[in-house]
Design a protein around this ligand. Sequence first.
Ligand code: NAD
Ligand code: UDP
Length: 325
Amino acid sequence: MTQTIKRILVTGGAGFLGSHLCDRLVALGHDVICLDNFFTSQKSNVVHLLQRPNFELIRHDITHDIWLEVDEIYNLACPAAPGHYQYNPIKTMKTSVMGAIHVLGMAKRCRAKVLQASTSEVYGDPEVHPQTESYRGNVNCIGTRACYDEGKRAAETLFFDYHRHNRVNIRVIRIFNTYGPRMHPYDGRVVSNFIRQAIRHEPITLFGDGRHTRSFCFVDDLIDGMIRMMNAPDDFVGPVNLGNPDEFTIRQLAEKVVELAGSSSVIETRPLPSDDPTQRQPDISLAREKLGWEPRTPLAEGLRKTIEYFRSIDLGHFRAPTPNF
Ligand code: NAD
Ligand code: UDP
């Protein structure tokens, strides 16, 4: 069976997840437009695609309107690491809300299908565990994480209103902590921080007592789920959780990274940032049922691949996106 070649826009396409998504879509033969303002990424993530005839790169800020003709849109543009999204919180909120309005307007005009990269942060500091899609969350709307959490919640609202009122063909995925090669070494998220510190034999910065939990999904698995959701039947628009249900304490993660990197780093505690969720684990029953999807990569295997990537790059070639990493 021959597959239809589609014109696909990936906003935030030069970022960590976006660049892996572009790789997959280009390999499938689609015409891919990668749009990014390079706030938390750099061209090196997609430089290998620049010579491909079915790949195009546009420097653009999604808070501004843009006129393109496409069949599908993956909306990933948004800083995702707490330090960087809190650096300019008003801009973060604008990116989620105005970005959503712009991609939804484009989808309406072009009759394109549009997928929103939402987040487990819509559940805030969850009182329900594991988190199901029907849980409405526990977000502090005036806290330091609110610019991201509430921005993503408002974006989901816009997606569902465009769907109900304008019949825009939408998909909403709620991504749980995902890691892997091409994470920015200075993005400040826990996996990149611990690996960068471990391979340099520097102290591992454990925030709080390390008993709070996260569930970590390897990037290849996540991209697989994302594409499956875009291709799901039109009567399933989500929201759907995508993540790995294997839950670990942050201390366990620190110990595993030190062990796998063969590092002499010691673990040092630091104050826990405000509103840091105490637990997080996706219930992925819906993704299993509707998409036939579940992650395949165990944490140790994914961490090994990520450590290998961090050893292969020259950290001196990367600049921190903001002073907050
Ligand atoms: P990332 O920071 O690597 O990627 C985000 C990309 O968006 C970057 O390339 C950045 O330069 C770009 N960007 C930011 N603001 C922009 C703007 N105004 N205009 C155009 N481009 C802009 O982070 P990521 O982990 O790849 O996250 C991608 C998406 O997935 C984000 O929307 C994030 O909220 C969502 N998400 C990621 C995770 C995760 O664990 N990685 C979890 C939940 C949700
Ligand atoms: N964390 C940590 N040390 C670090 C960075 C993060 O202990 O150097 C903790 C952080 O407090 C949080 C968890 O690791 O409890 C995950 O943090 P991350 O910023 O990766 O993502 P999020 O909090 O958005 O899930």
